[in-house]
Ligand binder design. Structure first.
Ligand SMILES: Cc1cc2nc3c(=O)[nH]c(=O)nc-3n(C[C@H](O)[C@H](O)[C@H](O)COP(=O)(O)OP(=O)(O)OC[C@H]3O[C@@H](n4cnc5c(N)ncnc54)[C@H](O)[C@@H]3O)c2cc1C
Length: 366
C-alpha cells in the first residue's frame, strides 16, 4: 500500500496549486485526477485575477493570493496580462458608491481610483454613451487558467509528486483513499474536487452554478481593460436563480471574452440560447460595437458554490486526516495560490497569514 504525506484528489487549479505547494515543502505527494488537468471549472473560467470587496474574508484571501500571482507575471505558460480592471458605473448610486469601494479595497491593500466620465471614454472609447464614470484597479491581470494548472502540476511532479492521471478516487477510508482500480493509498487526503465534493464527502453541501462564456475572433485594440459593470457583485454574490452581468475581457490574442451568466439548478452542459441572448443583450448595452463582431465559440462551466459563497479550506472536523479545498465559486483562479499556501500552512501546523475561521469547513458540516 503506497503511503504519502498528502493525497490530493482533483487537479483543477486549486488541487494543482496545493500539490505544487506541498511538494515544494518536501512532502511526499500523490495527485489523483480522472480527466484532463485543469479540465473542470478551471477550463471554463475567464481567468480574471480580481479583488471583490463585498465580503471582507474573501477580500483578504484574494489580496493574499493576488500578491502570490505576481511570481507568475513573467511566466509564458500563464499568459499573464496586466490589463487592469475598469468597473463601470451606469447609475448615479453606483457612481456614488465608488468612494466606499475604494476605501474598502485600500484597507485591504488594493489600489483603486475613481474615473470621471471624460477619462472613462478616453480609456475605452467603445463604451456606450451616457455612462457616469468608473473605478480603475490598474494592477489587476488575466491569465489562462488550464495552462497554469498544468504548469503547477508539472512543478509538483518535478518536486517528486506521484501523479495518477486517468484514475478516480471512489471512497475515503480510515487510512486514506481507494481508487477506481482497487488500489489503496494511505495518508492524509485533500479533497480538491470542486463541484464533485459531495460525492466523497456528503457532509459538506455544494451547489453547481452554471455560467456561459463567448469568445470572439481577433479584434485587437477594441477593448483595453477587463470591463465590468459596478452592479456585477449583485449578480455574483446574489442568490437569484439566474442573473447576468456585463463582463468583457481583452485576451492577449486580441480576442474578446464575453460573460457572464449565473444559474442555479441547471445540470446539463448544453448552451441555453435564451440565457446566452440575455447575457449578450446586457453586454451590448455597455459595448454596442460587440454586435458587429464574430463569435468563435460559446461554452458553459459550473462554479462550485457553498451555501455562504466562501470556499472550504481546512481540516474536516469530524474525519481524521481529511482536508478540503473546494467551493471557490467565481473566484477560484484568483484565490487558488493563496488557498494552497494557507492550506499547507495549516497542514504543517504553522500559523496561516490570514484569519482562516471564515473558511473552516466546520461552519457547514451537516
Ligand atoms: C464561466 C466561469 C467563469 C469563471 N471566471 C473566473 C474568473 O474570471 N476568475 C476566477 O478567479 N475564477 C473564475 N471562475 C471560477 C473558477 O473557474 C473556479 O472557482 C475554479 O476553477 C475552481 O477550481 P477547482 O480546482 O476547485 O475545481 P475544478 O477546476 O472543477 O477541478 C476539480 C477537479 O477534481 C476532479 N475530480 C472530481 N471528482 C474526482 C474524484 N472522485 N477523483 C479524482 N478527481 C476528481 C475533476 O475531474 C476536476 O478536474 C469561473 C468559473 C466559471 C464556470
Amino acid at each position: 500500500m503506497a503511503a504519502y504525506d498528502l493525497i490530493v484528489v482533483g487537479a483543477g487549479i486549486v488541487g494543482s496549486a496545493c500539490a505544487e505547494r506541498a511538494a515544494a515543502e518536501g512532502l511526499r505527494v500523490a495527485v489523483i485526477e480522472p480527466g484532463p488537468v485543469g479540465g473542470g471549472a478551471t477550463a471554463a473560467a475567464m481567468g480574471h485575477l480580481v479583488a471583490m470587496d463585498d465580503d471582507p474574508a474573501e477580500l483578504a484571501l484574494s489580496r493574499y493570493s493576488l500578491q502570490l500571482w505576481e511570481a507568475y507575471a513573467g511566466l509564458a505558460a500563464a499568459e499573464f496580462s496586466r490589463c487592469g480592471t475598469l468597473w463601470v458605473a451606469r447609475r448615479e448610486h453606483e457612481y456614488d458608491g465608488i468612494a466606499a469601494k475604494i476605501a474598502r479595497l485600500a484597507a485591504a491593500g488594493v489600489r483603486a481610483r475613481r474615473i470621471e466620465a471624460d477619462e472613462l471614454y478616453r480609456l475605452e472609447p467603445a463604451l456606450a454613451p451616457g455612462l457616469r464614470g468608473g473605478m480603475l484597479v490598474a494592477d489587476e491581470a488575466v491569465v489562462y487558467p488550464p495552462r497554469v494548472a498544468l504548469h503547477l502540476l508539472d512543478r509538483a511532479r518535478a518536486g517528486g509528486a506521484d501523479c495518477r492521471l486517468g484514475r478516480r478516487a471512489v471512497a475515503l477510508s480510515t487510512q486514506g483513499l481507494r481508487l477506481d482500480d482497487g488500489s489503496e493509498l494511505t495518508g492524509p487526503v485533500l479533497l480538491a474536487t470542486g463541484c464533485a465534493l459531495p460525492e466523497l464527502l456528503p457532509q459538506l453541501p455544494m451547489r453547481a452554478r452554471k455560467g456561459h462564456l463567448v469568445i470572439t475572433e481577433r479584434y485587437p485594440g477594441r477593448v483595453h481593460r477587463q470591463l465590468l459593470e459596478l452592479g456585477y457583485a449583485d449578480s455574483a454574490h446574489g442568490d437569484a436563480d439566474s442573473s447576468v452581468a456585463f463582463n468583457v475581457q481583452p485576451r492577449p490574442t486580441g480576442q474578446l471574452l464575453i460573460g457572464s451568466s449565473r444559474e442555479f439548478g441547471v445540470e446539463g452542459r448544453e448552451v441555453s440560447w435564451p440565457m446566452l441572448q440575455r447575457m449578450l443583450e446586457r453586454a451590448f448595452e455597455f459595448l454596442p460595437m460587440l454586435r458587429e463582431l464574430q463569435a468563435l465559440r460559446v461554452w458553459t462551466g459550473f462554479r462550485p458554490t457553498t451555501p455562504d459563497g466562501r470556499p472550504y479550506i481546512g481540516a474536516v472536523a469530524d474525519r481524521a486526516h481529511t482536508w478540503v479545498a473546494a467551493g471557490h465559486e467565481g473566484l477560484g483562479v484568483t484565490t487558488a495560490l493563496g488557498t494552497a499556501r494557507l492550506l499547507v500552512d495549516q497542514l504543517l501546523g504553522r500559523e496561516p497569514q490570514i484569519d482562516m475561521t471564515p473558511f473552516s469547513p466546520a461552519r457547514s458540516l451537516r
